[in-house]
Design a protein around this ligand. Sequence first.
Ligand code: SF4
Length: 199
Amino acid sequence: MSIPEEDSASGDAAVNGGATDGGQVSGAAPAGNLVYGAASASNLVSFSDAEKVQIFKALMDTIPKFRDEIRIFTPLVSLYSLIRQYSGYSDDSLPCRGGIDFFYVDAKEGNTYPCGYRGKENLGKLYELDIKKLKEKRACRDCDWECFRDPSEQVGYLIEAVRNPVKLIRNKTSEYRRLWNQDLLYFHRCSYFDGRKAR
Ligand code: SF4
């Protein structure tokens, strides 16, 4: 795995997120912004950027050893991109597609949000939502929430490949492409995580 060891600036910890100014949880989303309480400012789950790099590297080293034993979705290419992102190459990870292709819906009220963390961006009722009319589609990397970041890296690569193949070839390393392909082959072997199949 050829990932630069360059340290990025790191401050106080944020939970699962890119923003590291103390007191925030789940990336850039202050606790009051959350749609639901799925975050904590506890030091147990708060990490500096440098610590995150080590955690993601440990996962990247461990997951391939167990992928034949149990099905592990976590794409290696996502871990690789997050390691790059927190090593000072912030543009190397593809931005999240939360609020663009993926949304969080509050089942009680039927309100739609870009994700569970951007609770101040109520996009309205799901049944009235016209995705084509959404104005703000910002490139968000405020957290590492795997439910959104992992598929964003996988699907985003395909979208970029169609939209701007030259830029993609220039920006993505051969290691990135190798891991992306490796993940896809593994997902195929896992029947794309069809819950009705054992393997
Ligand atoms: S849009 Fe994605 S990256 Fe941004 S806060 Fe939501 S889940 Fe995290």
